[in-house]
Design a protein around this ligand. Structure first.
Ligand code: NAD
Length: 369
């Protein structure tokens, strides 16, 4: 039985509550002999700042670097609103992404049939939806230089951000998208604004060449990012894998998140380069939501996004797709039974707590085990 190193970083607020539920699912994974884990636990965000004045300590960063997968809860909260900028809770998350070289952000948007009415779109548009948005995470306009505000001296200022992509950055994110598509619906939609942006022209060229060279068996289409935004809410089921840059990916994945009903349902994975020596890649799995200070400590948080993030770790870091399927099916079954946390209450008469939802998913897994 293979052993994998997991590093649990619960963080702050509901991050700590939902991580407890993942611990149960990890224990189940081991108990039925799927694999075994060596688990380390650390501090990140406000809780790390309280303990040692940093958003993540160097020793915890070392553990993250040595792990096979980081399982991350959420960071932040009003308690740390006035701490210095470089040690604010989010700095811990950004350091993890940067030091682990996590350039590919995978955000699935899955609409469980039982929750189709929780979406702001009509049931027939979203029911059974299963798309994957692959966002480039470490380049583009969020990082390009120059990035500054210049005083023009005439009462005017100029704000500058630079959108910049090199060939290798586009190729490696494209490769992630094509490889994923091969295991799903075999279709990639690449998105940029080549009609008005040079970086979009290059993006389009590089993805097209990569497709021709290495992935001709996968269907490829190109859509301008504005048109794709429109198509996402018009007929999202036309998509399988969408690959796009950091800025468009940020916006389009948030649009897609609304298709599925609640933030509490959305997992994500962030992946680094494959190490040619070991064949492994650095990775971090986290729910899309934040620390939700408004409900923290009340047992109201939905743990499904966190548990589904763990399922993604099994699938993408350890090649345990069957185990991931079982966890995702247990989630779907529990929803079919009508069990709901407050955020996905819909017309349900009663809601259950974070712990009860975790226990229900675990019980469903144990039934099928
Ligand atoms: P949020 O995601 O924490 O909460 C937004 C809304 O969704 C809130 O009403 C919250 O109660 C609800 N919600 C979120 N997750 C839920 C869940 N699992 N179950 C039920 N309801 C849920 O975003 P916010 O309120 O804008 O930010 C709160 C804090 O979290 C801030 O400090 C922010 O910086 C931080 N944040 C962290 C991350 C991260 O750690 N990756 C992401 C986003 C925000």
């Amino acid at each position: 039985m293979a052993t994998y190193k997991l590093f649990f970083l619960p963080g702050d607020g509901i991050g700590q509550e939902v991580m407890k539920e993942v611990e149960k699912i990890a224990a189940w994974t081991q108990s039925v002999g799927i694999c075994s884990f060596e688990i380390e636990r650390g501090l990140v965000g406000g809780s790390a700042y309280d303990a040692h004045g940093k958003a993540i300590s160097d020793s915890d960063m070392e553990l993250a670097m040595a792990s096979d997968a980081v399982i991350f809860g959420a960071v932040g909260g009003p308690k740390w609103d006035s701490v210095p900028y470089d040690v604010r809770p989010e700095a811990g998350l950004l350091r993890l992404r940067k030091d682990l070289g996590l350039f590919a952000n995978l955000r699935p948007a899955i609409c469980y049939p039982a929750l189709a009415d929780a979406s702001s779109l009509k049931r027939e548009i979203v029911e059974g939806l299963d798309i994957m948005i692959v966002r480039e995470l470490t380049g583009g306009v969020y990082f390009g230089e120059p990035k500054q505000i210049i005083d023009l001296g005439n009462g005017q200022k100029r704000g500058i951000d630079t959108q910049v992509y090199d060939t290798y950055e586009i190729e490696r994110i494209g490769r992630v998208a094509f490889e994923l598509a091969r295991k799903r619906g075999n279709k990639v939609t690449s998105s940029e604004k080549r009609n008005v942006m040079k970086s979009g022209v290059l993006w389009n060229e590089v993805i097209t060449a990569l497709h021709k060279r290495e992935f001709a068996d996968v269907q490829l289409e190109h859509q301008l990012a504005d048109a794709l935004g429109m198509q996402l809410v018009r007929w999202p089921k036309q998509f399988d894998v969408i690959v796009t840059d950091n800025l468009f990916g940020d916006m389009l994945s948030d649009v897609a998140s609304m298709l599925t009903g609640s933030l509490g349902m959305l997992p994500s994975a962030s992946l680094g380069e494959v190490d040619p020596k070991t064949g492994k890649r650095k990775s971090m799995y986290e729910p899309v939501h934040g620390s939700a200070p408004d409900i923290a400590g009340k047992g109201l948080a939905n743990p499904i996004a966190m548990i589904a993030s763990f399922a993604m770790a099994l699938r993408y870091s350890f090649g345990l797709g069957d185990a991931a399927d079982r966890i995702e099916k247990a989630i779907a079954d529990v929803l079919d039974q009508g069990l709901r946390t407050a955020d996905i209450k819909g017309d349900a008469k009663e809601t259950i707590s974070t712990t009860q939802m975790g226990d229900a998913i675990l019980a469903q897994l144990q039934k099928g085990a």
